[in-house]
Design a binder for this molecule. Structure first.
Ligand SMILES: [Zn+2]
Ligand SMILES: [Zn+2]
Length: 144
């Protein structure tokens, strides 16, 4: 069973262990956002490749990259370890291009649009309650 995350949790769920489909960890120690390990993926844009660091809180759109990108650019996203493309079949309904995904433990995933400036994304988690216990970071639990 998988569920989409409720809107009120956006920005309060931390991705603590994202991987590529082959299981390589995408979490890095040397780049942090708000004190938490960033998600690092390899990107390619217009013939340039580099790293892209994503904020580990679901729904936060901060990022850093050594490839210069501007609004409207569409990046290709890969695992830095095995170079597998992270693109998935699901399309961004705004851009009509395939989204990319970071795999979570137990079969969930965070999906995001590879267009810079398009903030469409979603989070699919399996065993919602169990996962939320692990991922939710606010002091007070919300009522479900
Ligand atoms: Zn990999
Ligand atoms: Zn989009």
């Amino acid at each position: 069973m998988s569920s989409k995350i409720p809107q009120n949790l956006v920005g309060r769920i931390r991705v603590g262990s994202g991987t590529c489909p082959a299981g390589h960890s995408l979490m890095v120690e040397d780049k942090k956002f708000d004190g938490e390990r960033a998600i690092a993926v390899k990107v390619r844009l217009a013939g340039h490749s580099g790293m892209l660091y994503l904020h580990p809180f679901y729904g936060k759109h901060e990022y850093e990259s050594d490839v210069s990108m501007k609004k409207g650019d569409v990046i290709e996203v890969f695992c830095p370890e095995c170079n597998v493309p992270l693109a998935i079949d699901e399309q961004c309904k705004l851009c009509n291009i395939p989204m990319f995904a970071v795999c979570l433990p137990d079969g969930g995933q965070v999906e995001a649009c590879p267009t810079i400036g398009c903030h469409r994304h979603s989070l699919t988690i399996v065993n919602l309650d169990e996962q939320l216990d692990r991922m939710y970071v606010a002091e007070t639990k919300i009522q479900m």
